[in-house]
Design a protein around this ligand. Structure first.
Ligand SMILES: [Zn+2]
Length: 61
């Protein structure tokens, strides 16, 4: 993965979580201690277990 960085461009890390039961996806800002496959919160729609599927960076605008 290649990031083309301009001067003063800020990359903000995000965490993508997915529910193991209903596959709902939620995106939030990365928190310290996050890693892929980590179990996180319970799903707000089905109370299933959510886990982190992806951690990625986006440039802020
Ligand atoms: Zn769910």
């Amino acid at each position: 993965m290649i990031f083309k960085r301009k001067k003063d461009e800020v990359i903000i890390p995000y965490t993508l979580e997915q529910c193991n039961s209903c596959n709902a996806i939620s995106k939030r800002k990365f928190k310290e201690g996050d890693y892929v496959f980590k179990n996180t919160e319970t799903c707000s729609s089905c109370k299933g277990q959510m886990s982190i599927t992806k951690i990625f960076g986006e440039t802020s605008t």
